[in-house]
Design a protein around this ligand. Structure first.
Ligand code: CAP
Ligand code: MG
Length: 436
């Protein structure tokens, strides 16, 4: 029997292809399985993420479908660049985009692993996207401060307090000088701390602290919900109480929820704090999944105003190289390619998103954190490092403020601690510890 061609994977490899500005240009890292050539492996990635399947399709309208197919235009040493024509995508829909470039290809037997590193997203796709309402401008427009950081504390223990206990501690922290109180990622509406009661009492604490300090206070209250209808109700409630922000667990809630939340944020002129809990399930393995950098890009485009990006020196994983590339990507109008790490991107009308450093921070680490980030235009989020202060949460908040003042004044923490007892007490407990 004559041998028949049953598959067309290598038709998707075209190293002579000249990419168009309207193409989506994606960088992947891949590891072929044993016996699979690079060409065969990357062809499969391009096929499955665009129009192809495992076999040839004799009846298909050849010309049109081939035009819609992805093209591998470059591959070398486990990296490939694949372009996709704009017609393949529903502009502005992140779930649909990810159904292609982050979809079935992640499970193909042809590769031991495939990692979506980053993508240059064309202007056409971005057109319907609104981006953040405030983003970096939250520092000036919400808090009326000239410079960052926006300071916040997540109350610890993570869960367990009643709304009243939560709001009382929140009040003390506000009075210690911090701008915001954040819910933890696993605090939503449990029996011991109902959402409605927390919103209500937190608002009272916030207003009282604003009146007594003459500064602006807000809260990142977690609206993560079992369904979109409930999420919308919770956002409306937070808005009706006069908060400027709400928080959402962006990975756990999913892209559709985030896009819905962002639309509502535009309706209500609110800012969104994006917690990334669960991202490590797909960002941590260097050979597989999706990078945190690309996730952060998607979140900026969808419209979160601030997103957790890591600390380098705190308790959670994240390389300095990626964190810095991500921070620049979030804060810039345009970024250049960093070979094999980041693709170029023009964000056009999409505002910058603030990075959030969180996880194991305490006063002794803050100046080092700002030096690493190269800016204090960010959000800092200190939980244990405030609540664990030997003299209580208010003293903990004061110590954070003092560490920031020392940084802005260019004075060492030891020097500043000579005249600021809360900072001295924090340094005595934690010094410059990098928690693990
Ligand atoms: C920090 C935190 C944050 C993580 C998130 C926690 O508390 O509340 O959720 O920082 O991580 O639950 O661990 P601490 P990331 O300040 O007490 O460490 O910012 O890396 O997404
Ligand atoms: Mg947390």
């Amino acid at each position: 029997m004559a041998e028949r061609k049953i598959e067309w994977y290598t038709d998707f490899v075209n190293t002579k292809y000249r990419k168009k500005p309207s193409d989506l240009d994606v960088l992947f890292r891949y590891t072929p399985t044993r016996g699979m050539s690079d060409r065969e492996a990357v062809g499969r990635l391009a096929s499955e993420s665009s129009v192809g399947t495992w076999t040839t399709l004799p009846g298909m309208p050849e010309k049109r479908i081939k035009r819609l197919g992805a093209k591998v235009y470059w591959y070398k040493k486990n990296y490939a660049k694949i372009v996709y024509p704009k017609e393949l995508w529903e502009a502005g829909s992140i779930p649909q985009l990810m159904s292609g470039i982050g979809g079935n290809i992640m499970g193909m037997k042809a590769v031991n692993g495939v990692r979506l590193m980053d993508a240059t997203i064309p202007r056409e796709f971005l057109k319907p996207m609104k981006g953040p309402v405030y983003g970096r401008d939250a520092i000036r427009k919400i808090f009326r401060k000239k410079a960052g950081p926006i300071t916040s504390t997540v109350i610890k223990p993570k869960v367990g307090y009643t709304p009243k206990e939560h709001a009382d501690i929140g009040y003390q922290i506000y009075m210690g000088g911090l701008d915001c109180i954040k819910d933890d990622e696993n605090l939503t509406s449990q029996s011991f701390n109902r959402f409605e009661d927390r919103v209500n009492l937190m608002r009272k604490a916030c207003i009282r602290a604003e009146r007594e300090t003459g500064t602006i206070k807000d809260a990142f209250i977690n609206v993560t919900s079992p369904n979109l209808k409930e999420m919308e109700e919770r956002i409306k409630l937070v808005h009706a109480h006069g908060f400027s922000y709400f928080m959402i667990d962006v990975v756990l809630s999913g892209f559709t929820a985030v896009q819905t939340a962002c639309d509502l944020a535009h309706d209500y002129k609110m800012a969104i704090h994006a917690h990334r809990a669960m991202h490590s399930t797909f960002t941590r393995n260097p050979d597989h999944g999706i990078t945190m950098l690309f996730l952060a890009k998607l979140e900026r485009l969808m419209g979160v105003d601030q997103i957790h990006t890591g600390t380098v020196i705190g308790k959670l994983e994240g390389s300095k190289e990626e964190i810095l590339a991500m921070k620049d990507m979030l804060l810039s109008r345009r970024v250049k390619e960093i070979p094999l790490l980041r693709m170029s991107q023009d964000f056009g009308h999409i505002k910058p998103t603030l990075p959030v450093a969180s996880g194991g921070l305490h006063p002794g680490l803050l100046p080092e954190l700002f030096r690493i980030y190269g800016t204090s235009d960010m959000v800092i989020q200190v939980g244990g490092g405030v609540l664990g202060h030997p003299k209580g949460p208010q003293a903990g908040a004061k110590a954070v403020v003092q560490a920031i003042e020392a940084y802005h004044e260019g004075v060492s923490l030891e020097e500043y601690a000579k005249k600021h007892k809360e900072l001295a007490q924090a340094l005595e407990k934690w010094g410059y510890l990098r928690p693990v």
